[in-house]
Design a protein around this ligand. Structure first.
Ligand code: FES
Length: 110
């Protein structure tokens, strides 16, 4: 099964199993990571903002117009920012590394 690494703002890391077909938001919640996802994945918020390691960014699908609009509202937007609810795990994403801009050591143990 693919693996995924969440990185907190303090550099702490948590490596978790990432089942194919699950979204990053779903996986984050399963592991108690502080990724809010206020709109439950309907692209009406930007609280699931994650920063993708540049090595993996091009392996993700295109950013849709709706996603780009929401990302514009995200705090701390970067060139490799994405919405966590829109990243769906595939085998090609094994090893994916994501920074969670809102996560601190309190929520990201490891
Ligand atoms: Fe709202 Fe991802 S959960 S846009």
């Amino acid at each position: 099964m693919p693996k995924l690494t969440f990185v907190g703002t303090d550099g702490s890391r948590l490596i978790v199993a990432a089942p194919v077909g699950d979204s990053v938001l779903e996986i984050a919640r399963r592991h108690g990571i502080d990724l809010e996802g206020a709109c439950e994945g309907s692209m009406a918020c930007s609280t699931c903002h994650v920063i993708v390691d540049p090595v993996f960014y091009d392996r993700l699908g295109e950013v849709s117009e709706d996603e780009a609009d929401m990302l514009d509202l995200a705090f701390g937007l970067t060139p490799t920012s994405r919405l966590g609810c829109q990243i769906v795990i595939t085998e090609a994403l094994d090893g994916l590394v994501l920074e969670v801009p809102t996560a601190t050591r309190n929520v990201l143990l490891g």
